[in-house]
Ligand binder design. Structure first.
Ligand code: GDP
Ligand code: IMO
Ligand code: MG
Length: 423
């Protein structure tokens, strides 16, 4: 079985936890888009691990973890992540594979990310990790790829060409002194040497593995509504965070995909700017943020919080072809008297039941809610569907019926065993 796992909202749905759980059953785990803008949390035996670039399956001994061609890699961050994980006793060895075709985040990408954001009238609230500028260079056909770090002559040529143009822009547009060739060249050649044993043709590796009946888990980063095409553009990231990205970002054919797991919180959160129709009031948002510990795993920024938006998740089911949903953080809703589910958007006398393309609708619409009764705080965490409070079951079943997709997992805490599996 080859499984794609994606976020069905605006990221931070709890993908890391489910990747870790599903990793046990597969042979290969591959990241296919995004970069270290991602922060995927896995909690094992009360210890929290946050992964930015290395697939969240790395804690499972013997599994091969790939960083696909669709990912953008900041070598300094990857190196640090490898070192940290080795320090806690995880054996990496030849288990980590990096696509030679993955693009490299350069120092100027990170600066440009921050400088551009500073000049924008409508800020996106990027993570400042250089993601957008690196993907822009990829599309502009001037990017530097992992394989280039292994070839001093090619790297010299490409870096010099880039700096010629970029330094002028930095100076003229941003009043920034620009970048020194030698220091970047030497630093990135060093990364090439360090990573040489990991860099390979991951497309060939994964296809051969599938041919040999091995199972692959495709780890999505960000979420459907941060997707460059289908998200709340321009308040999105710069990669294809929907399921289709799994094929582009690994070189594995869509014919090979068997299941698509969508991960959604039992409510909604978003980091950064952009429309959020179901966003709570400031006070309630703060209460829920503290209850759900909704602070970014990458930047530590407070996450904005709101009610479950079924219009969005229904669109996510369609766009990704979700075959099953994992509903996360049900425990965070414990103890509320009433819970809302957004079923449509009201705007200028019209009710939108489908996700609108026009951002103005998302920005100005009033949500139309179905109100459901809450359930009391749980002293003992439910460990089976049967143990869930009847109102919690009713909430999940309402979502299931509305979205016409089965729920296969319900999460009631961050640990592995705080997960309910449904038949
Ligand atoms: P990801 O980016 O989708 O992997 O999600 P993050 O790791 O950024 O954020 C999810 C956060 O929720 C992490 O701190 C997880 O440990 C935590 N988490 C995951 N599932 C649950 C759950 O069911 N209940 C609670 N309370 N926390 C959870
Ligand atoms: P995971 O994989 C939540 C958001 C940023 C910003 C926008 C663009 O942990 O779910 P970028 O730096 O990508 O150009 O920022 O996207 N963003 C995320 N939000 N979870 C993420 O990843 C995110 N990655 C990017 O906050 O609004
Ligand atoms: Mg995250």
């Amino acid at each position: 079985m080859n499984v794609v796992l994606i976020g069905a909202q605006w990221g931070d749905e709890g993908k890391g936890k489910i990747i870790d759980i599903l990793s046990e059953k597969v042979d290969y785990i591959v990241r296919y888009q995004g970069g270290n803008n991602a922060g995927h949390t896995v909690v094992v035996k009360n210890k929290e691990y946050i992964f930015h670039l290395i697939p969240s399956g790395i804690l499972h001994e013997g599994k091969v973890c790939c960083i696909g061609n669709g990912v953008v890699i900041d070598p300094a961050v990857l190196l640090q992540e490898i070192e940290e994980i080795k320090k806690v006793g995880v054996y990496i060895g030849s288990r980590l594979k990096i696509s030679s075709l993955a693009h490299v985040i350069m120092p100027y990408h990170k600066n440009l990310d921050v400088l551009r954001e500073g000049k924008r009238a409508h800020k996106i609230g990027t993570t400042g990790r250089g993601i957008g500028p690196c993907y822009s260079d990829k599309i502009n056909r001037c990017g530097i790829r992992m394989v280039d770090l292994l070839n001093p002559e090619v790297l010299k040529d490409k870096l010099a060409d880039n700096l010629k143009e970029k330094n002028e822009i930095f100076k003229k547009v941003f009043g920034h002194p620009g970048f020194n060739f030698n220091s970047i060249y030497n630093e990135y050649l060093k990364y090439g040497k360090i990573f040489s044993s990991y860099i390979c043709n991951t497309a060939s590796l994964l296809n051969k593995a599938i041919e040999n009946k091995k199972d692959v888990l495709f780890e999505g980063a960000q979420g459907t509504f941060l997707d460059i095409d289908f998200g709340t553009y321009p308040f999105v990231t710069s990669s294809s965070a929907t399921a289709g990205g799994a094929c582009i970002g690994t070189g594995v054919s869509p014919r090979r995909i068997d299941r698509i797991v969508g991960v959604a919180k039992a409510y909604s959160t978003r980091v950064g700017e952009g429309p959020f129709p179901t966003e709570f009031s400031v006070d309630f948002s703060e209460l829920m943020r503290n209850k759900g510990n909704e602070f970014g795993a990458t930047t530590g920024r407070p996450r904005r919080c709101g009610w479950f938006d079924a219009v969005m998740v229904k669109e996510a089911v369609l766009l990704n072809g979700i075959t099953e949903l994992a509903i996360m953080k049900m425990d965070v809703l414990d103890g509320l008297k009433k819970i809302n589910i957004c079923e449509g958007y009201k705007y200028r006398g019209k009710l939108f039941k489908d996700f609108p393309d026009d951002l103005e609708v998302m920005e100005k619409a009033k949500p139309s809610y179905k109100e459901m009764p809450g359930w009391p705080e749980n002293i003992d965490k439910p460990r089976s569907y049967r143990q869930l409070h009847p109102n919690a079951k009713a909430y999940l079943e309402y979502i299931r019926d509305m979205l016409k997709v089965k729920i296969s997992m319900v999460s009631v805490g961050s640990a592995r065993d705080e997960t309910i599996f449904l038949k």
